[in-house]
Design a binder for this molecule. Sequence first.
Ligand SMILES: C[S@@+](CC[C@H](N)C(=O)[O-])C[C@H]1O[C@@H](n2cnc3c(N)ncnc32)[C@H](O)[C@@H]1O
Length: 210
Amino acid sequence: MTTTDWTSWHDAYSRPGSGLGDRLVAVRAQIDRFLETTAPAPVRVVSACAGDGRDLLGVLAERADAARVTARLVELDADLVAAARSAAAALPAHVEVVQADASRSDAYAGAVPADLVLLCGIFGNISDADVRATIRAVAQLCAPRAEVVWTRHRGEPDLTPSIRAWFADAGFEEIGFTAGEGATWSVGAHRLVAEPQRLQRDQAWFTFVR
Ligand SMILES: C[S@@+](CC[C@H](N)C(=O)[O-])C[C@H]1O[C@@H](n2cnc3c(N)ncnc32)[C@H](O)[C@@H]1O
């Protein structure tokens, strides 16, 4: 059961010193690099627990080739879903924002296999066991050589060394890891090098504990 007001949580993006603005820059840089390296091919993106979608939508708003992107954003909070839909409506990309439980595999049916999977703002809010289970399952969302961009704070005990090892165990190679200087945020990017897996329906991968 989550107790956090996630709409207010987003206010920290504009609060100097929160680190969230710097983390956003790092996430957007990974998304932009992905779009640059895959251009001009059409690409599919899924974002789990997408919030107001400002990471992906902010990048698409700056790109002339946004129309080649088809995306599904999955978010539970109605206000954040509305904000994401409003931002997406201004873009030529094909963005669907669904109000659904992103921990359930069924939320992705019809939107995968994706070339880019965003897992941002999740790993700090679920148990370590669920982080591991989600990493084990993420190949079910992936097209061949898909990339996954994820975030996790590095507060003690720092889970990021384990997360990076778990991605390797699950058949991913690391293509980036950025840790905020003097801050605890970090952003990782991994590419699937093993075979993708078929989406298994009716599975639950994580539970928010905050
Ligand atoms: C830390 S915020 C991250 C938002 C966004 N990904 C970002 O990085 O700015 C976590 C988000 O997950 C959403 N959330 C929590 N549990 C969820 C669930 N089971 N399914 C979908 N969204 C969920 C919250 O409403 C919140 O918007």
